[in-house]
Design a protein around this ligand. Structure first.
Ligand SMILES: Nc1ncnc2c1ncn2[C@@H]1O[C@H](COP(=O)(O)OP(=O)(O)OP(=O)(O)O)[C@@H](O)[C@H]1O
Ligand SMILES: [Mg+2]
Length: 299
């Protein structure tokens, strides 16, 4: 290890669910430095959620099975930590937000207050923190609604507000935008980015690569339970192997590729629509020339 300690460090993790023949994680290693965002991407069944469970300690504390290798969060071996330490240290947003709801509160407000009450936060401070989280998560209008009577997307926002409010230093967020409309998706990413800016370390599973490209410090591509590629968004999304592992590249990368196929020069390696527009605008000719018509044929 170098001088900077990783907030999350997974080493040679091999895990087999109880009764299964084959491991679903096959020697996974990754390191997430404190205060950075690591996106875990890859096809359905790759093992992303299982990896999240292992980082939070649900594997091996809740899911038994066969485990080797280690997960350290804040230097602590997760397998040796107790549930109380894990809950205080690591916020978790489930892929299915329904799983997250406590089932014992009648309003969104009380649902968010519930976790703080468990931590012994005094009522006045609890109210203030809940009010702030409701506004930041776009839930102010839903404060008196029953958690079970929310749409999937609304439940996802409650689940995210719940980790916003608990202020654990490490967050594991499994597909927080799967049921959100595009506008809410942007809002949720802004919220996750703000939590990172506040110094929290984030492991995020996400399929929307444009948002991953914009917000991740590191991208880990998981396929068949193995890390097949890892690096900065720039490294991963310009590597031809990424698409081969079932990952749809960010729109800007695909568009830049399509333009180049037609003989249109796109300088650099833009990952976002904004960067692509800037790259085209900054060409020597000022971007006025769209290249020879049909230069690359009509493939
Ligand atoms: N509780 C379980 N018991 C046995 N096998 C499981 C269990 N949960 C998941 N698996 C298996 O482990 C593998 C990885 O599943 P996992 O949920 O981690 O994938 P994922 O990458 O999160 O997929 P998705 O993109 O669909 O959410 C799959 O083959 C799945 O069938
Ligand atoms: Mg999953």
């Amino acid at each position: 290890m170098g001088a900077v300690s990783a907030a999350v460090e997974v080493t040679d993790l091999v895990y087999t669910y109880p009764g299964a023949d084959e491991p679903v994680l096959r020697g996974v290693s990754l390191a997430v430095p404190a205060g950075t965002l690591c996106a875990v991407v890859g096809p359905n069944g790759a093992g992303k959620t299982t990896l999240c469970h292992a980082i939070r300690g649900f594997v091996p504390h809740f899911y038994k099975g066969e485990l080797s290798g280690t997960v350290r969060v804040g230097g602590q071996d997760v397998a040796a930590a107790d549930e109380d330490e894990l809950a205080r240290g690591i916020g978790y947003v489930f892929q299915n937000p329904f799983t997250q709801m406590s089932g014992i509160t009648d309003t969104v407000f009380d649902e968010l207050a519930f976790g703080l009450g468990n931590l012994g936060v005094p009522p006045t401070e609890t109210r203030e923190r809940v009010e702030e989280a409701l506004v930041r998560a776009g839930l102010a209008d839903l404060r008196d609604r029953h958690p079970f009577q929310l749409s999937g997307g609304q439940q996802q926002r409650v689940a995210l507000a719940a980790v916003l409010i608990m202020e654990q230093p490490v967050l594991v967020i499994d597909e927080p935008t799967s049921q959100l409309d595009p506008r809410s998706t942007e809002d949720v990413f802004a919220l996750v980015a703000a939590m990172k800016e506040a110094g929290r370390t984030v492991v995020l599973v996400e399929h929307k690569m444009s948002l991953v490209a914009e917000h991740a410090d590191q991208v880990v591509v998981l396929d068949g339970g193995e890390v097949v590629l890892a690096g900065t968004p720039q490294e991963v999304f310009t590597d031809p192997r990424t698409a081969a592992h079932g990952t749809l590249l960010p729109e800007a990368v695909r568009l830049a590729g399509a333009l180049r196929e037609r003989g249109i020069d796109v300088p650099g390696a833009p990952l976002t629509v904004g960067a692509l527009a800037a790259a085209l605008g900054a060409r020597d000719d000022g971007g006025a020339d769209v290249g020879p018509a049909g230069a690359a044929g009509e493939a």
